[in-house]
Design a protein around this ligand. Structure first.
Ligand SMILES: Nc1ncnc2c1ncn2[C@@H]1O[C@H](COP(=O)(O)OP(=O)(O)OP(=O)(O)O)[C@@H](O)[C@H]1O
Ligand SMILES: [Mg+2]
Length: 274
């Protein structure tokens, strides 16, 4: 496994092709045809078009964003480009058009590492823990960019996820699926992020564990960390979402508050099972 957890997703690992554009000039936004205010966004991938390496575009004018104090949820069918959109926002993808902005600053050309230093935390969909390392070592790895005392943050993570304190000396790979996801989220929190991106934090866990994870995620958001999250459990996720995005084939298909999307007949029929 590589030393950098952010490179272990299915994403393109060739950093030489990342951020080929010059300068930090903002691109004008062509718009997506959807009424949506992005002026207040704390983190936004704005009308992103791009794909992996020199391959075809996977994202087409795709916008995802989260406001301060909010939870934004991205849903959509398998292969819709949800993870690709997250990776684009995190700088792991060749964004050919559009921009990424964090707290008003254009960060389109920054590496993932530089984005972490700016305050972004990212939990990828796969390979998001170091399985052979202990829980505590995973948290220490999460704090890799910090030079100050990390113990207080570690205690906060243990307060949020008490089971991790009990299991802190155990290899993370021996934990249950839900507990491993707690390790992954905890590790991202170790950098004291200003915004947290989660790609399917409840994948493969039971409904009860899913509810518990959602409760913890809400708790994190209440500490003032906005959350941009991809979720397979669309209905449950939209119930806790301030803003929701339905992506289809790399495009924004529907955007609204979680409530609006849950009530939208087309969204219900196509994505929520009626
Ligand atoms: N590393 C990669 N290189 C090339 N193409 C990729 C890569 N990762 C994903 N793709 C392609 O990009 C498209 C979108 O995939 P992506 O993983 O973003 O979808 P998703 O919405 O996250 O799906 P899922 O619900 O299964 O997680 C798919 O056609 C996929 O084959
Ligand atoms: Mg995915």
């Amino acid at each position: 496994m590589s030393d950098n957890p952010y490179q272990n997703d299915r994403g393109n690992m060739d950093f030489s092709i990342v951020n080929p554009r010059e300068g930090g000039d903002m691109q004008p936004s062509p718009g997506t045809g959807h009424a949506m205010s992005t002026a207040s966004a704390f983190l936004i991938g704005d009308t992103m078009t791009g794909g992996y390496g020199n391959g075809p575009n996977i994202l087409h004018d795709c916008t995802i964003a989260v406001d301060a104090g909010e939870i934004a949820v991205i849903v959509g069918p398998n292969g819709a480009g949800k993870s690709t959109a997250m990776k684009a926002v995190f700088g792991m993808l060749n964004v050919r058009q559009g921009s990424v902005r964090l707290d008003g600053e254009d960060i389109t050309d920054l590496t993932p590492q530089a984005r972490v230093a700016k305050g972004m935390g990212f939990v990828p969909q796969t390979n998001n823990i170091f399985a052979s390392m202990s829980v505590e070592e995973n948290l220490e790895m999460g704090a890799f960019i910090r030079r100050d005392d990390i113990r207080e943050t570690m205690e906060q993570v243990y307060e949020l996820f008490p089971i991790l304190k009990d299991k802190r000396r155990q290899a993370a790979g021996e934990l249950s699926g839900g507990q491993r996801q707690q390790v992954a989220v905890g590790r991202a929190l170790m950098t004291k992020p200003k915004v947290l991106m989660l790609d399917e934090p409840t994948a493969g866990v039971s409904p009860i564990v899913m509810d518990e994870l959602f409760d913890r995620i809400i708790e994190v958001s209440r500490t003032g960390i906005p959350i941009l999250m991809v979720e397979q459990n669309a209905r449950q996720a939209l119930e806790i979402a301030d803003k929701g995005y339905v992506l289809v084939q790399g495009r924004n298909a529907h955007t609204g508050t979680g409530k609006e999307l849950l009530e939208d007949p087309e969204v219900r029929r196509s994505f929520l099972g009626g």
